[in-house]
Design a protein around this ligand. Structure first.
Ligand code: ADP
Ligand code: MG
Length: 816
């Protein structure tokens, strides 16, 4: 049975007829009431059928809806506005009821051993129809290696082919799907430097639209000959001069001359750049056809019923091939019942695993490091400043952990510049004084070098030997470092994650400090655990300001210390938001900073699914900036496709002052510390989450001079998005901003759901799915309270799936 959970019931039919007019009216705050006529009689008939056919969750909202209808039918017109508002407010409850009533009632849990199915799902994508060796390699590079990876590669957006828009109705700023015929195509040149451009005029019965390409011109020229029919999707941009509205680099699909347009909802997937949108869709669908039914639904039936979930095969089919009558809004916002089911499942197993780990590490044996009497006081005495209250508190918590005979598992979180390094060094000295070694690990070589520069001058005068060990340390230096670590002569090793992963031999490793910046390194922590025989204490540092409640749940297996206070005397960064038509002014300010001897960053975000287009934007921009507004300055480019060493080399030169402006495709190095950089321009700021923007602007204002951040948004950016960004003009408190981010993102804010900088769950999004996260945690804990070792027969499927998930996705050792 492949029926969608949202199809066909009288309730669903009512909703289909009722929701569109109400949404239409609500969009304009019910001002268009007198121009609108609702088909009240037809609606009332549907309502009657729905009330006859549904009970449960639908009963109360349907009863209220009947009252509303009575008002609309019998009361004077001036009462109708309020009544319709009431009806509109009932829609979420009705949607919920439509999605759940029929579905969870026949949730089908996995029966019998699930291991064979799990093994099949872990197989290479190559077994999927339509995937050969070349595509296998492309997909693997893109992070989709197994059948299961494909199944859980959910659409990031849905295209509504049920609602194609006439060209004449398009408005600037719309994101629209249209259909038309190529009237003519013309190659030309634009701008001072004569950039090549392909302009294609698309036309339908009532209007025209200009499609514009700056790249791959010969390719599109060949495909887009006059008469060719196209489905086009993209964002509507304002006209140049008096010409037609435009779409720049739209997505297109060519149609055969007689090909009918099927009214349907089409999923759109992120994909390897070289792969065609349609090919990616076919591949995922082939995987769903062949394998979705084998995905075991391991959640116990009563959990599914309580949480109103559908089984995974059905959920997967629904998100990948929605029925034509599906609720597109729910799908697009990842709020459909199917999405909820997938998300809950993922979070449940996350919480189950974390809970098991927590109970395991509380019982583990570890070394006890007593409070330092020599090195820590000596460091305090030498500091040129006083530790903040927050630093003292965090270190006291860490000292208590270190002194206990169990391994420490602690997260130290604090905003950029809150002074995490000092706290880490105090912890390191405590362990070193007790005769053990410490590894301090950063995500990149450059950041490791930065740490070395910070800690060496503080540690070595105390007689503590410090060494750097990264991939770049070679030859004799490397041999000496390795020997020093093995004999214990070197007490503090600073490096990348390779320090523990590549089997460097520590004589007596006691503490590992992992500076994860904004990553979640469950994987690294797991590697660490596997590597050492006795349990090493672990301190994770993170600069992601995560609201405390969320952090506690998310890092279920870590205790949390928070630096919620900045050292005194900082000059806060000033932040200015502006629309792109005022960008020239921003460039003027940048030139000013550079004339004063400073440096600047310009950041372009990843544009939609394609790293390539962001790269194009950034690399073209470097040329345009160099030729235009920033002529005469020394510009450099870093982008996500460069090798780590190339990136580091460019950043190093920037740090050494050889470049004035660093242009990058996205946040390349969150932790880069260039005190001389005083300005950062972030283009398309509306595409970032507030928390990430806050991190980005933390790149400046690290020296004595005041830092400036310029957030540039397109002219057509809506008022709501604009106001959201204002939070950053008004506050420099990372935690406040993270909370605001969480609270502000309204439903359907798709950009917000793609919050960069948060961990890569396959379907869940921790900021969006907070409520589900809590529910999953409660259910997991409740289940474990009954069956702490998952040893009962009814936990067999849970156990198998848990082992599968944690090893495959989270890489945790020893679960359960
Ligand atoms: P982050 O938390 O971003 O890693 P750092 O540890 O790099 O912050 O510290 C940022 C800067 O603040 C460093 O230059 C450090 O020397 C300085 N710093 C740390 N603690 C204090 C303090 N209590 N008072 C004054 N300056 C401090
Ligand atoms: Mg730091």
């Amino acid at each position: 049975m492949t029926a969608s959970p949202e199809r066909g019931t009288p309730l669903a039919e009512l909703l289909q007829a009722l929701a569109p007019p109400l949404e239409y009216l609500a969009a304009d705050d019910f001002r268009r009431l007198d121009q609108t006529r609702l088909p009240l009689d037809a609606l009332a008939a549907r309502l009657a059928r729905a009330r006859a056919g549904s009970g449960g969750a639908a009963a109360a909202p349907l009863a209220e809806l009947s009252e509303v209808f009575a008002t609309l039918q019998h009361e004077p017109a001036e009462t109708h506005g309020a009544a319709l508002r009431r009806a509109h407010a009932l829609l979420p409850a009705l949607r919920e009821a439509v999605g759940t009533t029929p579905a969870w009632a026949d949730y089908r849990p996995a029966i019998g051993p699930v291991e064979p199915a799990l093994a099949a799902l872990a197989g290479s994508v190559e077994v999927v129809r339509a995937v050969g060796p070349k595509r296998t390699a492309d997909l693997a590079r893109f992070g989709l290696a197994t059948v299961e990876d494909l199944l859980f590669h959910l659409p990031f957006r849905y295209e509504d082919r049920r609602a194609l828009r006439p060209l004449a109705e398009l408005r600037v700023g719309d994101e629209a799907t249209v259909i038309g015929e190529v009237a003519r195509a013309r190659e030309g040149q634009v701008g001072r430097r004569g950039r090549r451009v392909l302009e294609v005029v698309l036309r339908d019965a009532g209007g025209v639209l200009l499609l514009v390409w700056f790249h791959q011109i010969p390719y599109f020229r060949r495909r887009l000959t006059p008469g060719q029919r196209l489905v086009v999707h993209g964002k509507v941009e304002p006209p140049l001069g008096s010409a037609a509205l435009r779409m720049i680099h739209p997505e297109i699909e060519t149609l055969a001359p007689d090909e009918a347009i099927v009214a349907r909802v089409l999923p759109v997937y992120e994909k390897p750049t070289e792969m065609h949108v349609g090919a990616m869709r076919r591949i995922v669908h082939a995987a769903v056809d062949e394998f979705a039914d084998r995905v075991p639904s391991a959640l116990p039936s009563d959990v599914a019923a309580r949480q109103r979930l559908v089984d995974l095969p059905r959920a997967l089919r629904h998100v990948h091939s929605p029925a034509p009558e599906a609720d597109l809004e729910a799908l697009g916002a990842s709020r459909s019942v199917a999405h909820r089911s997938l998300i809950f499942d993922e979070l449940f197993f996350l919480q189950l695993g974390l809970a098991l780990r927590r109970s395991a590490s509380g019982q583990e044996e570890g070394s006890a490091f007593p409070r330092s009497t020599r090195l820590v006081p000596a460091l305090y005495a030498r500091l040129p400043f006083r530790a903040t209250g927050a630093q003292d508190r965090a270190f006291a918590e860490i000292e208590a952990d270190l002194a206990a005979p169990h391994p420490m598992r602690r997260l130290l979180q604090g905003d950029v510049g809150s002074g995490k390094t000092l706290v880490a060094l105090l912890a390191a000295l405590t362990v070193i004084e007790a005769g053990h070694q410490v590894a301090l690990m950063a995500p990149t070589e450059l950041l490791a070098e930065q740490h070395l520069e910070t800690v060496r001058p503080l540690a070595e005068p105390l007689g503590v030997n410090v060494a750097l060990l990264t991939g770049a340390v070679k030859g004799r230096a490397r041999r000496e470092a390795l020997a020093g670590l093995a004999t214990g002569r070197i007490a503090l090793a600073v490096g990348t994650h390779a320090l523990i992963q590549e089997g460097v031999d520590f004589g007596r490793l006691g503490l590992a400090i992992v500076d994860e910046q904004h990553r979640f390194g469950v994987l690294q922590r797991a590697a660490l655990q596997r590597r050492s025989a006795e349990s090493v204490d672990v301190l994770v540092m993170s600069a992601t300001p995560i609201p405390r409640t969320l952090a506690l749940t998310l890092y279920g297996d870590l205790a949390v210390s928070t630096l919620d206070e900045l050292p005194p005397g900082r000059t806060p960064i000033t932040t200015e938001l502006c629309r792109e038509s005022r960008r020239e002014g921003v460039y003027g300010r940048i030139r000013g900073e550079i004339a004063a001897g400073h440096q600047a960053y310009i950041v372009y975000p990843l544009v939609e699914e394609s790293e390539k287009s962001a790269l194009r934007a950034a690399s073209t921009m470097v040329h345009e900036l160099a030729a235009g507004p920033l002529a005469g300055l020394r510009l450099a480019l870093v982008h996500g496709r460069m090798k780590a060493e190339e990136k580091d080399a460019v950043m190093r030169r920037f740090k050494a002052g050889e470049h004035d402006v660093l242009v990058s495709t996205t946040v390349i190095e969150v932790g880069i510390d260039v005190p001389n950089a005083t300005a950062i321009v972030i283009e398309h700021a509306e595409r970032f989450g507030l928390a990430q923007l806050h991190q980005l602007r933390g790149r400046v204002g690290r020296g004595r001079a005041r830092g400036h951040c310029f957030l540039v948004v397109p002219d057509w950016t809506g008022e709501e998005a604009y106001q959201r960004l204002r939070t950053l003009e008004q506050s420099t408190d990372g935690f406040h901003i993270a909370e605001a981010d969480l609270a502000l993102r309204g439903p359907g804010d798709f950009l917000g759901t793609r919050q960069a900088g948060l961990p890569d769950f396959r379907v869940a999004n921790l900021l969006r799915d907070t409520a589900l996260l809590r529910a999953a945690r409660d259910e997991a804990l409740a289940w474990l309270a009954e069956d702490p070792e998952l040893s009962r027969p009814e936990s067999a499927a849970l156990r198998a799936v848990l082992a599968h998930r944690w090893q495959g996705r989270l890489g945790l050792a020893r679960v359960g």
